[in-house]
Every structure is written in C-alpha cells, then in structure tokens.
Design a protein around this ligand. Structure first.
Ligand code: GTP
Ligand code: MG
Length: 216
C-alpha cells in the first residue's frame, strides 16, 4: 500500500467512527445473535488483555464496553453497532478468570461456537499483551481459527508499559510466530488504549471491512 492509500484508509476510518456507535445487545446464547446481514469483527484474547478498553478507545466512548481490573469481567458477547454499517463484538476472555468454573465453561463454549460458526464474521482481532507475547491458550485459539478458516489479526496491547526497543522486539518475535499461519493477517498493530496509540490503524481496518460494499 502506498503512503497516500494508507492516509486515505486512515481518513475513512476516522469518518466512520465520527458517526454514532451504539450498544446493541448482550448475547448469552447463539440463538440470540443478530440475524441481519451486517458484517462484524470481534475482539478476542486472554482475560484482562484489554479487549473492552480497546473497544472504548476505538469508539472514543469511555463507558461503552465495561472494563475492569478483575479478569473475567466480560461474560457475554456484547454487540456494538458502528453507524449501522458493522458490528463490533466484545468477547469474554479465556485463561484465568475470577468466576465460578461452571460459568467460565459456559461462556468459553459460547465464544468457541461463535468464533467457529459465525458467517458474517470478517475478522478476529486477537489481542496479545505486549509485555507477555503469545501464550499456549492463544496458540490453541489460532489453531482453531485456522481450521475454521477465519482470518485473525494480532493486536499487541498495553504498549505504554514497554520501552520502544522492547515493543519493537515483541513485534518482531510475534511476526516470526505467526508468519506460517494461513489465517493470520500479516500486519500486527501495536496499541495502547491508555495513550491512544494504534487506534487510528484499527479504525482504518474496520472501515475497510465495513465499507467495501457500500462506501460512506
Ligand atoms: P475481560 O473482559 O475480563 O476478558 O478483560 P478485557 O480483555 O476486556 O480487559 P479490560 O479492557 O477490562 O482491561 C483489563 C485491565 O487492563 C484494566 O484494568 C484496564 O484499565 C487495563 N488496560 C487496558 N488497556 C490498557 C492499556 O492500553 N494500557 C494500560 N496500562 N492498561 C490497560
Ligand atoms: Mg472485557
């Protein structure tokens, strides 16, 4: 992509997210998924990696998705509509969560079934903590997405906790870990919801997926 194309893509992202973003619903069972034909993207990753915070940063609305210090905050599939063009879906995290085992099992099953079988799902943003890198549970998810032929794009989170050199090293290492995976998008986005870095790049990706059929 040329620099001018890059700038145009970022600008389209800015325009899309200047429009209203609204909460649609919390889904606790697959039968409650929206049935209209809007495309969607979801935010997946380990508990506490920063999924809900990133959605808030992307949508520029503090309390839109509920975030928390306690791992296991998000327990449903939370749907947000961006200008009635595309849905953003905030998923429950996997791995460690402060919740009863039966509840964790229920929402993990729901999330897996959703990720494998959702027809309108255009991309999974797979969030990885930039301090820790890819863990075994992330590899399990990437394997599953590969089998289901669902494209995922890695987003490194909490970059504000790292020095520049450390962040670059993590980017390089993560690239090396995913470059043989057919389902992996080749671009990795380094972000901080706290410092609002990388947010414009995510908006641009979402807008490109939302508007490829009907431009704004
Ligand atoms: P679950 O819903 O439990 O799976 O968690 P989540 O992935 O939605 O994480 P959430 O957005 O709730 O954030 C978890 C914690 O990380 C909160 O205390 C946030 O304030 C913190 N956090 C999120 N993003 C950032 C970031 O960019 N920088 C820093 N320093 N902290 C962050
Ligand atoms: Mg959450």
């Amino acid at each position: 992509m040329t620099e001018a194309e890059d700038r145009a893509k970022i600008e389209t992202g800015r325009q899309l997210f200047a429009r209203p973003v609204t909460f649609l619903r919390s889904v606790v069972g697959l039968e409650h998924l929206p049935t209209d034909a809007l495309p969607e993207v979801c935010f997946a990753g380990r508990s506490n990696v920063g999924k809900s915070s990133l959605i808030n940063a992307v949508c520029n609305q503090k309390g839109l998705a509920r975030s928390s210090n306690t791992p296991g905050r998000t327990r449903e599939l939370n749907y947000f509509s961006v200008a009635d063009r595309i849905y953003l879906v905030d998923l429950p995290g996997y791995g460690y969560a402060k919740a009863p085992k039966a509840d964790i099992a229920r929402w993990t099953a729901l999330t897996r079934a959703y990720l494998r079988g959702r027809a309108g799902l255009r991309r999974v943003f797979l969030l990885i903590d930039a301090r820790h890198g890819i863990k075994d549970t992330d590899i399990e998810l990437m394997d599953m997405l590969g089998e289901a032929a669902v494209t995922f794009q890695i987003i490194l989170t909490k970059a504000d906790k790292l020095k520049k050199g450390q962040a670059e090293a993590m980017l390089k290492r993560t690239h090396a870990q995913i470059n043989k995976r057919a389902a992996a998008h080749p671009v990795i986005i380094l972000t901080s919801s706290e410092k609002k870095t990388g947010i414009d790049a995510i908006r641009a990706e979402i807008a490109a997926l939302a508007l490829d059929v009907n431009p704004l």
